[in-house]
Design a protein around this ligand. Structure first.
Ligand SMILES: NC(=O)c1ccc[n+]([C@@H]2O[C@H](COP(=O)([O-])OP(=O)(O)OC[C@H]3O[C@@H](n4cnc5c(N)ncnc54)[C@H](O)[C@@H]3O)[C@@H](O)[C@H]2O)c1
Length: 396
């Protein structure tokens, strides 16, 4: 470790790793120094991307063990697909026990695992490793979310009472890699993939600043799932063509819509409600994150597509499709919202700054594998509720 700077190594070199690397422009206490992916070319090009952004003199590693053994690597960001989570955690623990290298902390992308059994094992392994641990839930760190929470609680809740209802939604047209669409690899459909964000950000808004997670308590979960779009024959066919033969939504769909209501109670036994909706069947300009918080004399609302910057491109502007305006962009013409700095606005920047500072100070982050486990428990309860078509008391 350089005097006051950490070296970070990434496991995984995909879409989310690039978001993290972009966010590093706003992280001062660490450099991106390592990338591991089984595909050497991916690792090399991602390391090159980090060097070009000047967020660290990153190099590609041939294995997780080799990256851990490198003296410049102090902490890891676990960003590979979900089905590899537990395997990677085991590899990390074994490498720490038997080989050179000394890590301080590990931060894991959402979801912590594909199911509760795996999430519990993740917690056991991280506890045994002695590493500081963080659960990467970027939306909790989005500047609008933080600022909105602070103002609502300081000004309004202090005078008229705590908020009682939080609504959160995350919607787009469908994920970018085949593994997301395969239930066994990903852990489910859109409920597992995206409701983890909505549940956690809604719970965060309803929790008094500085209070423990346990200060509000989930009591019961009512949920519904459906395959609305992607199992229609023409869309199932199109999906197979773009994602490969193993993504077969006519015979083996995962849900592309999910909603849940979670009843909580506060410290005094007052009822609180979280309403969450997620879909891969939303077609708009691109990824839409929305959030509302309601209290006795106030409300808050946010929508990531209500951006300050908008472009209008006429039909004569024809070019390649891309994601240069907004994540999961669906069009290149007409009136399009643009996010000035997506990695910051979605929360990656403040999130990574927070975890890096915790690791540097030797402090256990407040958002940890324990939170990832509870989110997984809530998600699995939602699946159970949807399957049994009834409200399920938490924890079942
Ligand atoms: N916070 C968010 O909003 C957000 C957004 C997207 C993805 N994610 C999460 O991040 C993780 C990665 O998603 P993604 O979108 O980057 O996926 P992706 O499909 O874009 O990329 C996956 C990457 O993992 C690499 N990989 C494959 N096998 C590997 C192995 N054995 N070891 C190490 N790397 C391996 C691949 O080369 C690829 O670069 C997932 O857990 C996902 O849920 C979070």
């Amino acid at each position: 470790m350089a005097a006051n700077k950490l070296g970070v190594g990434f496991i995984g070199s995909g879409f989310v790793t690039r978001f993290h690397i972009q966010s590093w422009l706003g992280v001062r206490d660490a450099d991106v120094l390592g990338i591991y992916s089984p595909n050497r070319q991916h690792a090399e090009s991602t390391a090159d991307f980090a060097r070009k952004l000047r967020v660290g003199n990153a190099r590609a590693f041939n294995s997780i063990q080799e990256m851990i053994a490198a003296p410049e690597i102090d902490c890891l960001w676990l960003c590979a697909p979900n089905h590899l989570r537990l395997q990677h955690m085991q590899t990390i623990c074994e490498a720490l026990q038997s080989g050179p290298g000394k890590l301080i902390g590990i931060a894991c992308e959402k979801p912590l695992a594909r199911n509760v059994a795996e999430a519990r094992r993740m917690v056991e392994l991280v506890e045994a490793s002695g590493l500081l641990h963080g659960y990467l839930e970027d939306q909790m760190f989005a500047p609008g979310v933080r600022r909105g929470k602070q103002i609502i609680w300081d000004r309004a809740a202090a005078l008229t009472g705590r908020p009682y209802l939080a609504r959160a939604a995350e919607e787009h047209g469908g994920p970018h890699s085949p593994w997301f669409w395969q239930g066994e690899l990903q852990g489910g459909g859109v409920l597992n993939d995206m409701m983890c964000h909505s549940i956690e950000v809604a719970r965060f808004m309803l929790t008094k600043p500085g209070a423990l997670r346990s200060s509000i308590r989930p009591l019961k979960v009512t949920a519904q799932i459906a395959s609305l779009k992607w199992s229609r024959p023409e869309y199932a066919r199109a999906l197979k063509e773009t994602m490969g033969p193993e993504v077969d939504y006519q015979n083996k769909p995962s849900e592309d819509f999910a909603r849940a209501t979670i009843n909580y109670e506060d410290e005094e036994g007052n009822p609180l409600i979280v309403e969450v909706t997620t879909s891969w069947s939303y077609v708009g300009a691109g990824l839409r994150l929305s959030l509302e918080l309601l209290g006795p004399e106030y409300s808050l609302s946010m929508n990531s597509l209500d951006s300050g910057l908008k472009l209008f491109l006429s039909r004569k502007v024809q070019g390649e499709s891309g994601e240069d305006m907004v994540e999961k962009q669906n069009a290149e013409q007409g009136l399009m919202p643009v996010l000035g700095n997506e990695a910051a606005e979605y929360g990656y920047e403040a999130q990574n700054r927070y975890f890096v500072q915790c690791f540097l100070d030797g402090k256990q982050p407040e958002e940890s594998f324990y939170d990832g486990l509870e989110v997984t428990e809530l998600l699995m309860t939602a699946y159970m509720s949807a399957e049994q078509e009834r409200t399920i008391e938490f924890k079942p």
